[in-house]
Design a protein around this ligand. Structure first.
Ligand SMILES: [Zn+2]
Length: 281
């Protein structure tokens, strides 16, 4: 079983409370409990999406005790003032970005994770909150990462942002909500994998404070495109974003796989491609 997108630093309940555990040093028992939950759920591959307190770096040190091939970017990288401070570190200039890539390498990263856009706005349809990186910023980021032997995992939502990330050379699109049919050709050209993390939205249905209509709209728009992309040959991988609200470690991957199966998608080829690409060259 593959979990191609998770955050071992978080607990699936409350991310600020989970992060607060690690502020003065990694809560090692907490990490071990999460790795155990993954092992018990049959997960043997886990690709982390990063955190700001070296939690996933610790997880990587001990993951083999749980039989898990664990990959991490250590921290995710976002532009100062943009979305992403919860999972990583920020840059202002591309020179800062290059320094962060070298730092990630020093800390044992397997790949680079960038935050290329904001997150979904759950109050309105079709919106992504906050500014996004430009094509040239992503292009430059991919080049810097690639010169250090890394490929790039990109958090990205919104059709234009997805296209920018794909033509700039990222190797996986994380989330990819609010796509349009044009993104499929970009996927096919770039040979990138789509990790749609449907569990992050699907598992909010019925929760207080969220509109089921909005959630279902987000899922339907992505689901229609996923089905079409899969039929045309885009590799789609199983990553639940476990650690996010209502997406517990272990169960998250099973939820995500069943949501993909409902669309007629078998994530096996996508999973294998993630495992093959997301290691340092
Ligand atoms: Zn994530």
């Amino acid at each position: 079983m593959h979990e191609c997108h998770g955050h071992v630093a978080m607990d699936g309940v409350n991310f600020s409370a989970a992060m607060a555990r690690h502020r003065d040093g990694v809560d090692r028992d907490f990490v071990r409990r999460n790795l155990k939950a993954c092992m018990d759920a049959g997960i043997s591959f886990f690709r982390d999406g990063g955190d700001k307190y070296m939690v996933s770096a610790f997880a990587k040190e001990v993951a083999q005790e749980y039989g898990i091939d664990y990959r991490t970017p250590v921290f995710a990288i976002h532009k100062e003032g943009y979305y992403g401070s919860i999972v990583g570190r920020s840059f202002q200039s591309m020179k800062d970005f290059a320094a962060l890539v070298r730092e990630a390498k020093r800390l044992g990263a397997d790949f680079i994770k960038i935050m290329a856009s904001g997150i979904l706005n759950f109050r309105t349809d079709g919106e992504v909150d906050g500014p996004s990186l430009t094509y040239s910023e992503i292009r430059e980021a991919v080049k810097i990462a690639s010169d250090e032997g890394f490929c790039v995992m990109a958090h990205v939502n919104g059709a234009e942002n997805i296209k920018n990330a794909l033509s700039a050379g990222v190797k996986s699109i994380e989330h990819g909500f609010w796509p349009d049919s044009g993104v499929i050709e970009y996927f096919l050209q770039s040979e990138a994998v789509w990790v749609p993390t449907r569990a992050t939205v699907r598992n909010l249905i019925g929760c207080d404070g969220f509109s089921n209509d909005v959630l279902n709209g987000i899922l339907k728009a992505q689901g229609d495109l996923l089905r079409e992309a899969y039929e045309k040959g885009v590799p789609i991988a199983c990553g639940s974003d476990s650690g996010a609200i209502n997406v517990p470690h272990g169960r998250g991957a099973h939820d995500e796989r069943s949501y993909l199966n409902e669309l007629g998608i078998d994530p096996e080829r996508g999973n294998e491609k993630i495992a093959e690409l997301f290691r340092i060259k």
